[in-house]
Design a protein around this ligand. Structure first.
Ligand code: PLP
Length: 450
């Protein structure tokens, strides 16, 4: 599909599947990136230094030895369901990466958000001679350290999950923390944050405004550190560490990724840092053998719009008359990160949109078939394999990259980004909506773009 046609489809809130013309071979694409493998390794090493501390203050990380990591699981019953509903055979492995079940804050934000707070705490402690990198970091679990950190504050703007991650870890370490929340943010997320001692500031407008206000207020206070979801390299690197660990998880499952065994990864995208960081790490690990796709709601396709126009953060979905109103609160972002869009431009295979109706149907289906419960945003990846195989542009991608004969040995990873902390009554509502929608037949205009 050409650019003009795609933009028309976006404006009419259609589901589209776009493949990236700016995609390059790994060698040349990665050479343009301002970050490198050594940066990802360094972030991984930093998280390793915090292991004794995390294991101590968050006993739920005991199982994963103080590491914030999620399981990856096969979902054969969901695979069968998708094949039936969409009338398409899905060869190869279909896996779900359960960042929805990450310890501490139950979403992908437990990677980047917690990483950046830990880095800031480490920087402060090192600067003040309270810590050496070779120390046992569990010393930070003390009144002395909490008192020290309490002189400093941390601020962030969020649609919910980033605020949760940063609020929980910052408060636990002793920082004062303020979360600026957009109108989409769910009530239970605000309540939970207040219960751990975070200050929650609510806005009537969307995510971009919450971030802007947060940034403004933080600038006034020299002891306040602002976590900038739109521009932060630290957040990005925190997310990217997922890739270092995924290689081991796939090895454990005896799943190969090489020239004959392509890997496809489908990542829900809001402002871009989470999916961008993970995809960047995956490209470093698997180079040309991995194909990363972003997934956005039909009402908030900000990254796709930024990439397709080349305007990145200089255009918002509102600029072309899209309302940025979606049930996928984690993805309700109207303007993408320019930093991530530019970095990912040569590395991203493509991007697609999913309607809220489809998200709810998939939410219900995954719960029904696999007993895995996610929030609406986290289902955006689940349509990826279908879109790749069923759309004209998806098939063109497969053919262009000479993957036709390799699809039988492919692995598809749906990145599930949040949901395990959703309260039961809220989850029951999601399930009911999904069930009601599933009774209707899947009409072509709703689920298939081409
Ligand atoms: C934040 C979030 C994403 C996307 O991450 P971005 O960094 O905003 O692109 C996806 N899913 C969920 C559930 C999220 O909370």
């Amino acid at each position: 599909m050409d650019t003009e046609l795609i933009i028309k489809e976006l404006i009419s809130n259609k589901e589209v599947f776009w493949t990236n013309r700016g995609y390059e071979k790994f060698e040349t694409g990665i050479a343009k990136a301002p970050l490198h493998l050594r940066d990802v390794m360094e972030a991984g090493a930093r998280l390793q230094r915090f292991v004794p501390y995390m294991a101590k203050i968050f006993p739920e990380t005991k199982e994963t030895n103080g590491i914030i990591e999620s399981p990856i699981v096969k979902i054969p019953a969901m695979q069968q369901h998708l094949e039936q509903v969409y009338q398409e055979k899905l060869y190869g492995n279909l896996l779900l990466k359960c960042d929805s079940h990450l310890p501490i804050s139950g979403s992908i934000k437990a990677r980047g958000g917690i990483y950046e707070v830990l880095k800031h705490a480490e920087d402060l402690a090192l600067q003040h001679g309270l810590l050496k990198p070779t120390d046992d970091y569990s010393v930070m679990d003390s009144e002395a350290f909490r008192n020290f950190f309490s002189q400093y504050s941390i601020a962030v703007g969020s649609t919910g999950n980033l605020g949760l991650s940063i609020g929980i870890i910052s408060a636990a370490m002793g920082f004062k923390v303020t979360v600026h929340m957009s109108a989409d943010a769910k009530k239970w997320k605000k309540n939970l944050l207040r219960s751990v001692g975070a200050v929650v500031v609510e806005y009537e407008s969307d995510y971009s405004k919450a971030v802007e206000e947060g940034r403004k207020q933080a600038e006034k206070d020299p002891l306040c550190y602002f976590i900038d979801d739109e521009n932060s390299r630290h957040l990005f690197l925190g997310y990217s560490v997922a890739a270092l660990r995924l290689t081991q998880q796939l090895e454990d499952l005896k799943i190969k990724v090489d020239a004959e065994h392509p890997l496809f990864v489908y990542l829900p995208c809001g402002v871009g840092g989470g999916p961008g960081g993970v995809a960047f790490g995956l490209k470093l690990m698997y180079q040309d053998f991995v194909h990363c796709f972003f997934a956005e709601p039909t009402h908030s396709p900000c990254m796709l719009l930024g990439l397709i126009t080349g305007l990145h953060d200089q255009i918002s979905v509102q600029d072309i008359g899209i309302d940025n109103i979606t049930a996928a609160d984690g993805l309700a972002v109207g303007r993408p990160s320019g930093f991530v869009g530019k970095l990912m431009e040569p590395l991203l295979s493509g991007s697609y949109t999913v309607s809220d109706r489809t998200l709810y149907r998939l939410l219900y289906a995954l719960a029904d078939t696999e007993k895995i419960y996610l929030e609406p945003s986290a289902l955006a990846g689940a349509l990826g394999p279908i879109q790749l195989l069923k759309t004209e542009s998806g098939q063109k991608f497969v053919n262009t990259h000479l993957l036709q004969d390799k699809m039988k040995h492919a692995t598809h990873i749906i990145w599930a980004t949040g949901g395990s902390m959703v309260p039961k009554d809220v989850m029951d509502e999601y399930l009911q909506i999904g069930l009601d929608l599933s009774d209707l037949s899947v009409d072509a205009g709703d689920s298939l773009p081409d």
